[in-house]
Write a protein that binds this ligand. Structure first.
Ligand code: ATP
Ligand code: MG
Length: 335
């Protein structure tokens, strides 16, 4: 059944890659939801599983990867059970993804305009060639590409322009959910600002729901309603931007958000979190963050905490906010 509040419900999702070094669990038992009309920012260090999660939501995990368990419910549709043909249709129409690497996603022998008009007409067959071209021109223009570049081939464009073409392509579908994976990485700040404005406009115009995967926490602060912070394939914390971003509870979130450079140059203080992210083929026991955590307790290396609600719309995965079994509680700290 479709849920009025949640567009996408993810239950106990686990994704693994079979590598030479063993099984690498890149998404480990994730449970959360994407609410209708929201921008959910997804952040976390490189390799923590953000892109894998994005692809899993599209059911696009490829060999040697596999969704090994979990339930995915998109607007009442059981994604895990959907036949591939219907899944393909859904991918083109209702969920679209802007990938981290735009080069691999554009067809080298197709002009920019053909990419766009084909996509538009594939999903809205009544749109005439002329109207589709006009819409394509409007879209690229909103992203700062002059319409006289419409007849260029991908290789004639700069990296940033290709990225913008990809973005226009994803937006031209007018999908319900757009998963933007590092969509602004190769854009300069002005174009990035245009892209963010466009996302805001489209969201208001079409009630777009956006999962925004990014390294740039500043973008999340500007655009997101909620933020999900991932650490080593699990969620550390998820909640409203005003809670999670400005007063994070998880020691990892606190470290990550401290590393955001402040606007004033004289206060520029890049916080370097001690240690490095774990190897996901052999993750640490208990809470995976415990070897790096400034607030580590006995329990942290022994038992895995669960994602607990500490306030409505705010969940934290940390022993500081969960009742510790008595025999391990000796060194319990207060948050
Ligand atoms: N095709 C693959 N085969 C084997 N391992 C993979 C594959 N794709 C991803 N991984 C591994 O899965 C883990 C999560 O990778 P993923 O790309 O999802 O991380 P990410 O958070 O998107 O990182 P980044 O911020 O660098 O984009 C990493 O350890 C990565 O090495
Ligand atoms: Mg990634």
């Amino acid at each position: 059944m479709a849920n009025r509040e949640n567009l996408y419900t993810i239950n106990h999702l686990t994704v693994e890659y079979h590598t030479r070094l063993g099984i690498l669990r890149a998404v480990d038992d994730l449970t959360f939801e994407i609410k209708r009309g929201e921008v959910l920012g997804l952040v976390g260090e490189s390799g923590c599983g953000k892109s894998t999660l994005g692809k899993a939501l599209m059911r696009m995990i490829e060999e040697p990867g596999k969704i090994v368990s979990g339930e995915l419910n998109f607007d009442g549709i059981d994604i895990m059970q959907l036949p591939e043909a219907q899944m393909r249709e859904l991918r083109g129409s209702r969920i679209s993804m802007i990938f981290q690497d735009p080069l691999t996603s554009l067809n080298p022998v197709q002009k920019v305009v053909e990419h766009l008009t084909e996509t538009i007409q594939a999903h809205e067959s009544h749109v005439s060639d002329k109207a589709a071209r006009a819409r394509a021109a409007e879209l690229v223009d909103r992203l700062g590409i002059s319409s006289n570049r419409l007849d260029d081939y991908p290789h004639q464009l700069s990296g940033g322009m290709r990225q913008r073409t990809m973005i226009s392509l994803a937006l031209s579908l007018r999908a319900d959910l757009v998963i933007a994976d590092e969509a602004t990485t190769s854009l300069d700040v002005i174009v990035e600002a245009q892209f963010l404005d466009l996302l805001r406009e489209l969201r208001d115009e079409f009630d777009l729901t956006i999962l925004l995967i990014t390294h740039n926490i500043g973008i999340v602060a500007q655009l997101a309603d909620r933020i999900a912070i991932m650490y080593a394939a699990r969620l550390a914390e998820i909640g409203g931007i005003h809670n999670c971003f400005f007063a994070p509870k998880h020691p990892y979130s606190q470290g990550l958000l401290q590393s955001v450079p402040t606007i004033k140059l004289e206060e520029l203080d890049l916080y370097q979190m001690a240690g490095s992210p774990p190897d996901l083929t052999h993750p640490p026991s208990g809470c995976r963050f415990h070897p790096r955590c400034p607030k580590v307790m006995d329990v942290c290396s022994q038992l895995t905490p669960t994602l607990k609600s500490i306030e409505p719309n705010w969940n934290v995965n940390c022993w500081l906010y969960e009742e510790i079994p008595e025999h391990l509680a000796a060194d319990a700290k207060t948050p």
